[in-house]
Design a protein around this ligand. Structure first.
Ligand SMILES: C[S@@+](CC[C@H](N)C(=O)[O-])C[C@H]1O[C@@H](n2cnc3c(N)ncnc32)[C@H](O)[C@@H]1O
Length: 259
């Protein structure tokens, strides 16, 4: 998502659920079969939480990050001052020289034409290198179905007709896309189940990410009403568990392509 027309991402809002959001990055990294990379790039590095994992695994590599968001980049630079973070769009970014690992946790779902981009990125890897990608695959979950439901109400439909993201292609589409240009392609799903305090916590979670395109076009009054209706629907859809917490089911798609 370009940050030029829409309000910036908020690193503070995103980091409210840092542990939960970083877990898929750890799981993705654990499957990257590259032992001693020289150059590693974190695409959509956000506040640097995923970049920090890359530095910990490969302390001798040159690790850098790119992102479109000034707020996220500022946070990443504060967190990892020795690293290079640049403002660049994942859709058009290209390194000066081949890279050994291109890592992208929770960013490519924002680029509707990302399959073309992923294939191009595989072509930028050095021999033995890997592209590692994770994307939320949760468009059919109540958290996201209900955003679209509220957006279709007459009070919001005018402004939010194009807010919804398209569902991801199937896992086999990614396999068929990358197999011709890679030596090995590993595609899998993991469904996380995050116990959160209450329905409001689910809303706080999605505010930083999936709900952003629905809230950004609204004025303050509309945003207030949208959130009230959406929160009530979330409360109905996610009943409390025995300990009163709510369980946020969160399917994610993982891809590792090695050349
Ligand atoms: C959900 S955060 C992921 C942050 C981090 N990688 C992690 O593992 O938690 C998505 C990030 O992608 C960035 N982003 C969105 N569209 C982008 C694009 N077209 N190019 C580069 N970064 C983008 C956002 O600014 C945000 O920082």
């Amino acid at each position: 998502m370009s940050s030029s027309r829409t309000p910036d991402w908020s690193a503070a809002q995103y980091l409210k659920f840092e542990d939960e959001r970083t877990r898929p990055a750890r799981d993705l990294l654990a499957q990257v079969p590259v032992e001693n990379p020289r150059a590693v790039v974190d695409i959509g590095c956000g506040p640097g939480n995923s970049t920090e994992l890359l530095v910990a695994r490969w302390p001798h590599a040159s690790v850098s990050g790119i992102d479109t968001s000034p707020d996220m980049l500022a946070q990443a630079r504060r967190r990892l001052p020795a690293l290079r973070f640049e403002q660049a769009d994942a859709g058009t970014w290209a390194p000066g020289a081949p890279v050994d690992v291109i890592f992208a946790n929770a960013v490519f779902q924002w680029l509707p034409d990302h399959p073309v981009v992923l294939k191009r990125l595989v072509g930028l890897l050095s021999p033995g290198g890997a592209l590692a990608v994770q994307m939320p695959d949760n468009m059919s979950e109540p958290s996201h179905v209900l955003m679209r439901e509220v957006a279709s109400e007459p009070a919001f439909a005018g402004k939010l007709a194009r807010a919804a993201r398209k569902p991801l292609p199937s896992f086999s589409a990614y396999y068929d896309l990358l197999m011709p240009v890679a030596r090995r392609v590993d595609v899998w799903h993991t469904i996380y189940t995050h116990p959160l305090e209450n329905a409001e916590a689910i809303v706080e979670w999605v505010k930083a990410t999936g709900l952003k395109p629905f809230l950004d076009p609204l004025d303050d009054e509309e945003r207030y009403r949208f959130l009230a209706v959406y929160t009530e629907k979330i409360r109905q859809a996610y009943p409390p568990a025995l300990d009163e917490k709510v369980l946020l089911r969160f399917p994610r798609l993982f891809i590792v392509a090695q050349v």
